[in-house]
Design a protein around this ligand. Structure first.
Ligand code: PEP
Ligand code: MG
Length: 526
């Protein structure tokens, strides 16, 4: 590449990413300044590089040309690679693993997990992470055995060790004896048979013994999963986590790409409903196109709707794609991480503007879609009556609601044992929200992982949830639970549970009330 430093804009708009990185690497801005900083400040190379990169990022970000502004991504990628070399980290490209293995890693990001190839990677174990993390959720939806947050898995397990990953019990057995191996082979066969049996009944509607119907829908991360939701007996998509289409790439997807994916999802599900959640990045889901903008408290940072409202062009692209795809079927849209009514008003305004711009461009769209709020921040529960005036439905995201209410980092294995959906504080929040929803005549769904456990189903029904959206493979057992209980008994159960003071006590109440049914569903084998 030629040296275009005099006119960087000419150069950068015409060259490829690798070339950009090569030039950056040779550039004085990086190389020279890093060396100068080491000399002048007597700091180590990593620190010097970090300082230089931060300054470089600011320069790129202050550029007015949106393309050049986005090149901050190249700066970030390059600095990450140099940094990896400096600290001696070896990076493995998961998508390139060529043989059948169990992956043992310090940590796996949601982006890495989404690249797992099922025919090669048979299970995974990590030192870090909790089961409510997106990595854990993805593992469940990939139906791959996984145990997260084992703390010293990477030191205890050596390459080529024979290990058993028991995802149901959350244990890993290193170097099992022959007896254990045979026992686990048998358990695996039983598990497969049990799953197949539950699945056979899964197409029947979810109707309680006294005739109450409840919608059971599926959560997906990729459009290809719609088929699996329908196959498991799901009645539509209750949560489409759209951010995964933004991961594992260094640019943002275009409106056309997004429109195609959404249209595909909606068409396959049609006439069943599809609830598209707008982009929920940051928190534990970084995208490369955004990399290098670390936050000290990402879970409390520029996440979900906050990010989209600050990046109107990114939001607009997604909203236009959703409205365009909505001509193919039955679509709802919900906004993540809403903490205030102002955010809802701004998001609705963005939807109106997206529709208007499509009309101006003469592009077909459908804006008769339902709009909802993903209730996952405690303030949204407290303000539910006000929010209800602005939207058509609520959907409770308990993964984050628990994180923010009980102050439990969902990706931190050290506090994973405190992550309790049946905590009285959570039950009170759910009760408050469902009461407000009833009063205000808006629908209320739940799409957090909590909804995927049959033991929770009677409580959620008793509170008056209009539908449950769960991991595809949890649909059959949740439907079986619904078919095994009586709706009219559930409000009393809720009242009793609300009088208890700990998650353990509520759990015992549910366990003893539904012991036989739960044993039949055998939730431990899920
Ligand atoms: C939730 O927070 O419960 C939720 C459904 O969203 P996510 O798990 O993607 O944060
Ligand atoms: Mg969430």
């Amino acid at each position: 590449a030629q040296d275009h430093r005099e006119h960087p804009e000419d150069f950068l708009t015409t060259t490829g990413i690798l070339e950009t990185q090569e030039v950056l690497l040779k550039d004085k801005m990086f190389y020279g300044k890093t060396i100068d900083t080491i000399k002048a400040e007597s700091v180590n190379a990593e620190w010097a590089l970090k300082k230089v990169v931060t300054a470089a990022r600011e320069i790129f970000q202050s550029m007015s040309d949106p393309y050049l502004k986005e090149r901050v991504v190249d700066v970030a990628h390059l600095s990450e690679r140099i940094m990896q070399n400096l600290v001696g980290a070896v990076s493995v490209d998961i998508s390139k693993i060529g043989r059948r293995v169990i992956l043992v890693a310090p940590d796996l990001s949601p982006a890495e997990t989404s690249q797992i190839q099922l025919e090669r990677i048979k299970g995974f174990v990590t030192d870090k992470g909790g089961k409510a993390s997106h990595t854990g959720i993805l593992a469940r939806s990939l139906e791959i055995p996984a145990v997260l947050g084992l703390d010293h898995a990477t030191t205890d397990i050596k390459n080529e060790d024979l290990i058993i990953v028991d995802g149901s019990a959350g244990i890993v057995i290193i170097d099992p004896g022959e007896k254990t191996l045979i026992e686990y082979e048998e358990r695996k066969t039983l598990y497969e048979e049990h799953k197949a049996a539950i699945r056979r009944g899964s197409k029947a509607p979810a109707k309680t013994l006294d005739g109450q119907r409840l919608a059971v829908l599926g959560n997906i991360e990729r459009s290809e999963q719609v088929a699996s939701v329908l196959d498991y007996g799901g009645e539509g998509i209750g949560l489409y986590r759209t951010e995964f289409q933004y991961m594992g790439r260094s640019d943002f997807p275009t409106e056309e790409e997004l429109t195609d994916k959404y249209a595909e999802t909606i068409e396959v599900a049609s006439p069943r409903p599809v609830t598209i959640r707008t982009l929920d990045i940051n928190g534990d889901k970084y995208i490369a196109a955004q990399s290098g903008q670390e936050e000290q408290n990402p879970a409390l940072g520029l996440r979900g709707i906050r990010y989209c409202l600050q990046r109107p062009e990114v939001f607009r692209t997604q909203l236009r794609a959703i409205l365009r795809a909505a001509v193919h079927g039955n679509v709802s849209v919900m906004f993540p991480m809403v903490a205030t009514v102002r955010e809802v008003l701004a998001a609705k305004q963005a939807v109106r503007e997206a529709a208007k711009s499509l009309a101006q461009d003469n592009i077909a769209y459908n804006d008769s879609i339902r709009l909802g709020v993903l209730v996952e921040v405690p303030s949204a529960v407290m303000m539910a009556d006000v929010l209800a005036n602005e939207i058509d439905f609520f959907s409770v995201g308990t993964n984050d609601l628990i994180q923010y209410t009980l102050a439990i980092d969902r990706v931190n294995e050290k506090v994973a044992h405190l992550f309790r959906p049946l905590d009285p504080a959570i039950l009170r929040m759910l009760k408050h929200l469902t009461d407000v929803a009833k009063e205000k005549n808006v629908q209320v769904f739940i799409c957090g992982e909590m909804a995927g456990y049959p033991i929770h189903t009677p409580i959620l029904m008793g509170m008056g949830m209009n539908g449950l959206s769960v991991n595809p493979q949890s649909i059959p057992s949740v439907k079986q639970m619904i078919r095994s209980i009586r709706m009219h008994e559930t409000p009393a159960l809720v009242a009793e549970a609300l009088r208890l003071q700990s998650a353990e006590k509520v759990f015992q109440l549910l366990q003893s009330t539904y012991k036989d049914i739960l044993e039949e569903i055998d939730q431990r084998k899920r």
